[in-house]
Ligand binder design. Structure first.
Ligand code: ATR
Length: 279
């Protein structure tokens, strides 16, 4: 009885997802389980998926390195997952396996929960730093809002062009080098760091210097280990308002849980609880 969910990926023994979804189950008063199912790289992915599908589960999360590999084994892809070419949430509905990508919506929800007014001002200029999977999801989700600019800065400019091609947006997006981003950082109201730079054990690194970031700019970093990155710390010293990466994990999970159960769980004190776990 109850709901049964899983997480597949490798390595995942330290994943925070079981904690997050067990909290959601408890807070929603639903019976259920959320278990990790580590798919070893040396095992057949196809065999593992066959086994998983026979377990009568209601859904599962997918993490590295299987976010693309899962796609041929699904019956339907949600529009966003198709655009991303990557799936992180799968739901079993009416006899079909459906793939979703909750990264972008999860990110926007986390930002909205902390800075709701940001979305009311059409003059706001946004800079996304990085052009990997996370940047792609975040750009695509933010593109639904009327920001005056959403520019992308990346070490390799050609990769950033791929995001513009994917999004098919009428919006004008400038592509910047990291040096240009550093120099022009003062002209943005929201700056989002989406690369792994600054993640433990390299926590003494920052993708760009915060020297030119202006007062009250919202600076966001999706890195959550450490919970306060050097980039956020340096930006706060310049008077920026910060947005920490662990909140994205929570809202991404919230959206996945909602896809599975139709219940949107209030994050409430899970934010501080997760921070305590990570610190
Ligand atoms: P994910 O899918 O998790 O977002 P990814 O696809 O590996 O991760 O994306 C990594 C992003 O971080 C890329 O934008 C990458 O820049 P390049 O496109 O030039 O490779 C950026 N990145 C990673 N390490 C970096 C570093 N040391 N300096 C600058 N950018 C880095």
């Amino acid at each position: 009885m109850g709901f049964h969910f899983k997480l597949i990926g490798y390595p995942i023994t330290h994943s925070l997802s079981p904690w997050i979804h067990e909290q959601f189950l408890e807070r929603s008063n639903l019976q259920g389980t959320y278990k990790i199912d580590e798919f070893k790289p040396e095992d057949s992915f196809e065999e593992n998926i066959k086994r998983l599908k026979n377990e009568q589960i209601d859904g599962f999360n997918v993490t590295v390195p299987y976010k693309q590999a899962i796609i041929p084994f699904l019956d339907i892809l949600d529009d966003t997952a198709r655009k991303m070419g990557a799936v992180n949430t799968v739901a079993y509905k009416n006899g079909k396996w459906i793939g979703y990508n909750t990264d972008g919506v999860g990110y926007v929800r986390s930002l909205e929960s902390k800075y709701p007014n940001l979305f009311n001002n059409k003059e706001n200029r946004v800079l996304v730093i990085g052009a990997g999977g996370a940047a792609r999801a975040i750009y695509y989700a933010l593109d639904q809002y009327e920001f005056s600019n959403i520019d992308i800065a990346n070490r390799t400019k050609a990769t950033a062009e791929g995001i513009i091609e994917m999004a098919h947006s009428p919006r004008r997006t400038e592509i910047l080098s990291l040096e240009e981003a550093e120099k022009n950082a003062g002209s943005y109201e929201l700056i989002i760091q989406t690369t792994s730079v600054g993640m433990k054990p390299n926590q003494e690194q920052a993708i760009i210097s915060s020297n030119n970031i202006k007062l009250n700019t919202i600076v966001s970093d999706i890195v959550y280990q450490p919970v306060l990155t050097k980039f956020l710390r340096d930006s706060a010293k310049k008077g920026a308002m910060i947005h920490q990466g662990h909140t994205m994990l929570l809202y991404q999970g919230q959206y996945a849980f909602e896809i599975w159960t139709n219940k949107k769980i209030n994050i409430g004190d899970m934010d501080t609880k997760l921070k305590d776990i990570l610190e």
